[in-house]
Design a binder for this molecule. Structure first.
Ligand code: TLP
Length: 346
């Protein structure tokens, strides 16, 4: 039985063109700034994101953490959404590495209320930490791939600018947001000071992210990356597929979004599952399995026996992610098998 892996878009394998680009990439020592392929990727990413400079990093987590280390110092505070990846899934790196205090605010579909953000920014008082950074996430993973619209991003940026606090975007899936909105990604990234994007999710590259922002910021970030052991020498072998991720793989994300909507509509019709297809904007579908009387983990075990892989997103929530390595046909097959499993327990 063919496995259909909907755990994450991180499971995507590089395309044939990516493998060839890796084999023939022109290389040098990137710590000396001499890897031409890494340099080309950093320049291309900066251009596409509308920023002065960019830095190739090992992962999304490293990109976010280098950003925090560069923006903030130990004893300062950063504001972020309560379900954000930086807060929820980065093993408390912001406190373990940067020594910052995290101030979380609840979000509605991943969006913190701008007025609440404004209230949370600290004034000057001997008792208070300095507010060093506001973090946003677009698309928002735990909010089910929700898109933060440019107007919302602008509203946060206006508050931040007024209060002189920089904004960092965890844009691991920001191209999904741009494709879903049918706009250039710069229409989103113009509202933030720095942004991290991932090549190894829906865009299909095997490894890597970039952090983009002002030149001076990136110069400092480069030293933080080195401190963290992220100086990667002949990293052009990884930058080469990342270049293809940026140039060849963005538009096709629309297919993943169509597949996610198709999956969501079908799951909504299965008794025992609760899914709102209206909330599926990109490539993530979250299903509530409480109607089956079983936990998410129990349902995942049963699904795995049928070759369907997904992850739990809470006691009774299961996350399915569509990506380039699952076709429309695979989605239909997944729907059939999920139906069978849920019918068997509900
Ligand atoms: N997310 C992974 C898991 O860590 C949950 C996934 O499967 O979705 N920001 C966002 C919004 C992310 O979703 C992720 C990965 C990251 C950052 C971190 O990227 P990596 O895995 O490259 O460190």
């Amino acid at each position: 039985m063919k496995k259909i892996d909907l755990r994450s878009d991180t499971v995507t394998l590089p395309t044939e063109a990516m493998r060839q680009a890796m084999a023939s990439a022109e290389l040098g020592d990137d710590v000396y700034g001499e890897d031409p392929t890494v340099n080309r990727l950093e320049q291309l990413a900066a251009e596409k994101l509308g920023k002065e400079a960019a830095l190739f990093v090992t992962s999304g987590t490293q990109g976010n953490q280098v950003a925090i280390l560069t923006h903030a110092r130990a004893g300062e505070e950063i504001i972020l959404e309560a379900d954000s990846h930086i807060f929820y899934y980065e093993a408390a790196a912001a406190s373990a590495l940067a020594g910052v205090q995290t101030r979380t605010l609840p979000g509605i579909r991943g969006a913190m209320e701008p007025q609440e953000v404004e209230k949370a920014i600290r004034g000057v008082d001997i008792h208070f930490p300095r507010t060093a950074l506001i973090c946003l996430e677009n698309t928002h993973n735990r909010a089910g791939g929700a898109v933060l619209p440019p107007d919302y991003m602008r509203a946060i940026h206006e508050v931040a600018t007024r209060k002189q606090v920089p904004v960092h975007l965890d844009g691991a899936r920001v191209f999904n947001a741009a494709v879903a909105l049918g706009i250039d990604v710069k229409e989103i990234t113009r509202h933030v000071d720095t942004v991290q994007i991932c090549f190894s999710k829906g865009l299909g590259a095997p490894v890597g992210s970039v952090l983009a922002g002002p030149q001076e910021f990136i110069d400092t970030a480069r030293q933080w990356r080195k401190r963290l052991g992220g100086g990667m020498r002949q990293a052009g072998v990884l930058a080469a597929p990342a270049i293809l991720a940026l140039t060849e793989m963005v538009d096709r994300l629309a297919e993943d979004h169509d597949n996610a909507k198709r999956l969501a509509r079908a799951l909504a019709d299965i008794k025992g599952l609760q899914v709102d297809p209206q909330t599926v904007e990109t490539n993530i579908v979250i299903a509530d399995v409480s109607g089956t009387g079983k936990s998410a983990v129990e349902i995942l075990e049963l699904l795995a026996e049928e070759g369907i892989l997904a992850v739990d997103f809470g006691e009774t929530l299961v996350r399915f992610v569509t990506h380039k390595d699952v076709s429309r046909f695979d989605i239909d097959e997944a729907i059939t098998r999920i139906h069978r499993v849920i019918q068997g327990v509900a």
